[in-house]
Design a protein around this ligand. Structure first.
Ligand SMILES: Cc1cc2nc3c(=O)[nH]c(=O)nc-3n(C[C@H](O)[C@H](O)[C@H](O)COP(=O)(O)OP(=O)(O)OC[C@H]3O[C@@H](n4cnc5c(N)ncnc54)[C@H](O)[C@@H]3O)c2cc1C
Length: 393
């Protein structure tokens, strides 16, 4: 009876898990509150480690075809300091989320997963060994429920009572041929502690528009809306043409030791943003959504149809995702508290930037980056609070 997995949410985390389970002939139903394709505020930057997820599937070419472009150059700015340019050998893929997410849903559908859209899960209950997800007009029963329902996860709220959000991201899609010309082929990343406390701003050129956004984590910064307006103004005043198509905001769900405790229990677990596993430095969350779903897939498959997979899921996250995220969390607290110290250190030690880019691409680790920072930290700072924060959680 009801031997199936119910997944709430058809974003990257839900669709990837549905794809993997369906390939193993495990019945899957995905409940999604929106009609697809739905709009998700996102800069749409895919690191090489994310792209590699598709290498072992027959869909690697579809991913490349669905992407808007590829970018190798990153430009970092910090106040009046000289900009830092960096070239990433492996490059980043720029995608439009509606197209990328649709591609993932189609992969899962082709593998045999069923998607039911326009179904907002409102409550979840447990009845004699199975789970019931209730929407406004239907009840869905399954052996297991997976919360892939993002920042405002209903599943997480129902079973744990907590929220996954740790910050906020604001983004505008701007039509400006002038900005497209100026920034074609590069991603601009702006550390502006005066305007964006606890985060950074970005400009990402797409095919027909540029995405301009800011993201901030930590204690909810006040006045972020007006900071965003000022950040947008700083581009508008330099552009010949300017039209804002869409302006959106969405919570960020970055890893913190308190929020990201491998959310799982008997018969349920959370993946992706619902589990708060995005990178606390970059805000990247798609790789972590796919990775946590991959861990969930392995844990569910190994015990199926037994519902006691939570220990396996936790162990897999502990083995493959959390140790680096813990170090990233530690470094993020230093970077966003003392951005000028770290930026100026990188100006004199550019190798640190190369290592950071390699970390984002999955070619190096946060442990190596932290070791390097420590090695190059001037002795004047070694006894400082900054140094203590670098060394402790
Ligand atoms: C402004 C901004 C920019 C970003 N830029 C990047 C980037 O460039 N690169 C990157 O890697 N990451 C980026 N991220 C993070 C990334 O967008 C998320 O980490 C990623 O979307 C998480 O995927 P997910 O599947 O867990 O959740 P989501 O993509 O949020 O999907 C959750 C799904 O669940 C559905 N849902 C929610 N509640 C219910 C319910 N009750 N019932 C049914 N369905 C429900 C939603 O409609 C949604 O479709 C950015 C985030 C923000 C806010």
């Amino acid at each position: 009876m009801f031997k199936r997995v119910l997944i709430v949410g058809a974003g990257p985390a839900g669709a990837w898990l549905a794809y993997r389970l369906a390939k193993e002939n495990i019945p899957v139903v995905v409940l999604e509150k929106e009609r697809l394709p739905r709009c998700k505020p996102c800069a749409g930057i895919l690191s090489n480690k994310t792209v590699q997820f598709f290498d072992d599937t027959p869909h690697a070419d579809s991913l490349q075809a669905s992407a808007e472009s590829g970018v190798h150059k990153l430009v970092f700015r910090h106040e009046d300091d000289p900009p830092l340019n960096s070239i990433s050998k492996h490059g980043f893929l720029l995608v439009r989320r509606s197209r990328f997410d649709t591609m993932l849903v189609e992969m899962a559908r082709t593998a045999g997963a069923r998607f039911v859209t326009g179904q907002k899960v409102e409550s979840i209950s447990s009845e004699s060994g199975h789970i019931v997800c209730t929407t406004s007009d239907c009840e869905y029963r399954g052996t297991v429920v997976v919360g892939a329902d993002g920042a405002n996860s209903r599943v997480r709220a129902e079973v744990d009572g907590s929220s996954a959000a740790t910050g906020i991201g604001l983004q505008a899609e701007v039509r400006s041929d002038d900005l497209l010309r100026q920034y074609r082929g590069e991603i601009l990343l702006d550390l502006r502690p005066d305007m964006i406390p606890g985060g950074y701003g970005w400009l990402v050129p797409k095919q027909e528009h540029v995405s301009i956004g800011i993201g901030s984590v930590g204690e909810s910064p006040t006045g972020l809306g007006s900071s965003f307006r000022r950040y947008l103004d700083s581009f508008e005043t330099t552009a010949q043409d300017w039209q804002v198509d869409r302006m959106t905001g969405h919570p960020l769900c970055t890893f913190t030791p308190r929020k990201s405790a491998a959310f799982a229990g008997e018969g349920w677990l959370c993946v992706g943003d619902a589990a708060a596993v995005a990178d606390p430095i970059t805000g990247e969350g798609i790789y972590q959504a796919l990775m946590s779903s991959e861990m969930a897939y392995r844990a569910i498959c190994d015990s199926w149809p037994d519902r006691r997979f939570q220990l396996d899921y936790r162990n897999l996250l502990e083995a493959h995702l959390f140790p680096q995220l813990r170090l990233a969390y530690r470094l993020s607290r230093v970077l966003y508290r003392w951005p000028s110290h770290l930026y100026r250190l990188v100006l004199v030690r550019p190798i640190l930037l190369q290592t950071f880019i390699d970390v984002t691409q999955g070619k190096d680790t946060y442990s190596a980056l932290l070791r390097q920072i420590w090695q190059y930290l001037p002795s004047s700072l070694r006894r400082d609070r900054l140094a203590r924060s670098l060394r402790s959680d």
